[in-house]
Design a binder for this molecule. Structure first.
Ligand SMILES: Cc1cc2nc3c(=O)[nH]c(=O)nc-3n(C[C@H](O)[C@H](O)[C@H](O)COP(=O)(O)O)c2cc1C
Length: 195
């Protein structure tokens, strides 16, 4: 039976969840990373194309490669986080469609650069949103960031040019002791029309 989540679960994913960049010192193990992907992979995407690719940056060596591409205001907190997830999109995601969308030939949609880019970015962004929700579902906090030099990140982590970064997420078990008040949200009346 499907039903509305219990109040505690809803609070963990929405009301009580924050974009958080400060964490306690608990590490994120490989089993948790696998669980995180197993949930995230179920995100809906156009043609089931799943263009997002993920790089989990955990070692000191990998963090040292990430550090120079971060904006100065994001650098310290990103390096201090137990783990950083780079979410990128695969500019040749459509090559996987015979496997991911068996029985349908949609190659004609993915010939020109612009529809490839817009579908890749749009769907990978949806997947990134699911990654945040999956992280919260597993008791983690996520701090999304676009404050980095994407071209420099791509040169460092994706030198063959195929993957293109969209977002870096700081992940860990949140320390809320110094978090700012949550920003206001638009009211239903201001954001929604029911026709
Ligand atoms: C696409 C995106 C880019 C963001 N970039 C940054 C960033 O570069 N640095 C930062 O500290 N926070 C960044 N944030 C965090 C937002 O400021 C935060 O999600 C928003 O204020 C809502 O906060 P809340 O989830 O705690 O309510 C980003 C969030 C998103 C979704």
């Amino acid at each position: 039976m499907t039903t509305t989540l219990a109040a505690g679960a809803l609070d963990q994913i929405f009301g009580g969840a924050r974009s958080n960049h400060r964490f306690d010192d608990r590490a994120i193990g490989d089993d948790t990373l696998r669980q995180l992907y197993e949930l995230t992979k179920l995100a809906p995407t156009g043609f089931n194309a799943q263009p997002a690719r993920y790089v989990f940056v955990r070692s000191a060596e990998a963090k040292a490669r990430l550090a120079p591409v971060l904006s100065s205001s994001n650098r310290d907190k990103t390096l201090a986080a137990p783990l950083n997830a780079i979410v990128a999109w695969d500019s040749r995601f459509f090559e996987h469609l015979p496997q991911l969308l068996p029985g349908r030939d949609v190659a004609a949609y993915f010939v020109e650069e612009e529809p490839i880019r817009s579908a890749g970015v749009f769907n990978a962004a949806l997947q990134a949103a699911f990654l945040i929700v999956a992280a919260r579902s597993l008791g983690l906090d996520a701090g999304p960031m676009t404050g980095f030099n994407a071209a420099a990140l791509d040169r460092e982590f994706f030198p063959d040019g195929r993957l293109r970064s969209l977002l870096v997420l700081n992940l860990g078990y949140g320390d809320r002791s110094e978090i700012r008040e949550r920003g206001p949200r638009l009211a239903f009346e201001d954001a929604v029309r029911v026709l």
